[in-house]
Design a binder for this molecule. Sequence first.
Ligand SMILES: C[S@@+](CC[C@H](N)C(=O)[O-])C[C@H]1O[C@@H](n2cnc3c(N)ncnc32)[C@H](O)[C@@H]1O
Length: 329
Amino acid sequence: MTTPTETLISRASTLFREPLLWVLPEPVAGLRSMRSLSVMHSFKPDVIALQNMGITASQSWPEGPFAAVALALPRQVEWACGLLAEALERLSTGGTLLMAAHNTRGGKRYAALLEEYFTLSFSDSKNHCRLVALERPATLPDIVKIWKNNYTPKPVAGTSLLTLPGTFSCDHVDSGSALLARHLPILSGRVADFGAGWGYLAHHLLQQQSPPAHIDLFEADGNALEMARRNLKEWERRLGFFWHDLLSEPCPHQYDAVVMNPPFHDLRDASAGIGRGFIAAAAKALKPGGQLWMVANRHLPYEEILKTSFSSWRSAGDEGGFKVLTAQR
Ligand SMILES: C[S@@+](CC[C@H](N)C(=O)[O-])C[C@H]1O[C@@H](n2cnc3c(N)ncnc32)[C@H](O)[C@@H]1O
């Protein structure tokens, strides 16, 4: 699949200006030829891929002003609009905003939204992506403030926790994670929460009568990790936070237990390969005798890798389309 970033670079190359800010680009070769480039990214695997191409990405917004800002917009609307608002504020007057989004990820909707509030200077459609560009007016329409104000941490229903739109399961506790929490025994020693999101599982462990001495949270989505840090502030002395790609970076410690609800798709693809990668990473990070506790959609084939990577494993629960699996290193 040709990505929105590649499509925008190939179809709108004459519209890019310097200095240029790219927001959430997929790590594609075309970025290498861009000069005076800053990149803002929150997903660690993409940040590592960009680094391997010689491009440094920062998790925070650079100051600006920029002559052009290009965005590969995510599917979640409040997040996408929040990004548009921040991008517009960093453009100099007359500077170019370029937007690309796949049609299955809101491309048409975002193009229509921008057309409603701005005069478009470019509009195109290719590779199932919508592309638009506009010149930043001297005065931004009021909607930009609304977009910015809507992108703030919101309560997660049924919890005392907050998270940002666009993070995993941002308005409710995931049913699989809730099932795992109900099956978790008391875990002691040093525990790792793999793919910790905004901190639901770690929070559950910390509420137990006898919580683990220490929990390290590993998470690729920098926005979710920041929310976990905020949600768990009162326990910070016994916590570690790692903006981390579990599929390519080794863990810095050995653990008595790992808990996880691994993703079965990344930002773009669905695959059980990511979950298997999480299981392999857990096997490496656990001390001999350490325990893995995980939940997965019932149809995902994780039993074989549990059998080959651990000394024993068993099913500990099966409910509502999810299975809880546990294994001993
Ligand atoms: C199914 S969610 C579970 C989140 C959280 N544990 C919960 O129960 O709500 C999986 C999490 O893994 C994160 N993730 C995806 N790929 C990752 C990777 N390569 N390394 C670390 N975390 C990753 C996602 O951002 C997401 O927050």
